[in-house]
Write a protein that binds this ligand. Structure first.
Ligand code: G3P
Length: 226
């Protein structure tokens, strides 16, 4: 499974890109709104210089004509830009019209297997089931990933990739991988937590303490020999 970063924050993207694990970036209007004063086009183009992989830029129109208009505009910004459209009938129309022009789409705000199936049939490049927001409603977000994966598996003509979104913690990442997601898009804090473990910290502390004690012992032994 591949990892994307779910942010429009360039500092976070720069840091995670250095770790060598990033295959793409997803943004959305809420994430862009957090970057006060940042220009959308410039941000997307800067991200494209930091990460060599799909970068999702989301449309804000509610009708297919507007989504197609925005999609054509965004796709001209960089060849790695993927157009994010919502899981609506207008979104489907936009996916199929943009697809005719060779423009790839991410069908977002997916909360059901029927939406994911329709998105695939329209030719979506990726579909984004939102795990955390379903969990918030006491529904099993991971079950949605499992069901979509099973449906796609049984229909080999479907090429759409499953991009697990609304990831809230490292267990979501692991469970999404087990459930059949091809990609998980994670907030920066979740990616950091994926590499944290108290036993790693205490293990490093004791290794370093032992090494320093050894150096002191050797220095003392050298001094008494001299
Ligand atoms: O990629 C979509 C994702 O950002 C939504 O996450 O945490 O707002 O549900 P969240």
């Amino acid at each position: 499974m591949k990892i994307y970063l779910d942010t429009a924050n360039l500092g976070e993207i720069r840091e995670a890109a250095r770790w060598g694990i990033l295959s793409g970036v997803t943004t959305n209007p809420s994430l862009m709104a957090r970057e006060t004063g940042a220009d959308f086009k410039e941000t997307i183009q800067e991200i494209a210089t930091l990460v060599d992989g799909p970068i999702s830029a989301e449309t804000v129109s509610e009708d297919a004509d507007g989504m197609v208009r925005e999609g054509i505009d965004y796709a001209a910004w960089h060849h790695n830009v993927i157009i994010k459209v919502p899981s609506t009938t207008d979104g489907l129309e936009a996916v199929s019209r943009l697809g005719q022009q060779g423009i790839r789409c991410n069908v977002t705000l997916c909360f059901s297997t029927s939406q994911a199936l329709m998105a695939a049939l329209a030719g979506a490049f990726v579909v984004s089931p939102f795990i955390g927001r379903l969990d918030d409603l006491s529904q099993d977000g991971m079950e949605l990933i499992r069901e979509i994966a099973a449906v796609y598996e049984q229909n080999p003509e479907i090429r759409t990739r499953i991009l697990a979104a609304s990831i809230r913690h490292p267990r979501h990442v692991v469970e999404a991988a087990l459930a059949g997601a091809h990609i998980a898009t994670c907030p920066f804090k979740v990616l950091q937590k994926c590499m944290r473990h108290p036993l790693t910290d205490s293990g490093m502390a004791s290794f370093l303490a032992d090494w320093r004690a050894r150096e002191v012992d050797m220095a003392l032994a050298g001094a008494s020999a001299g």
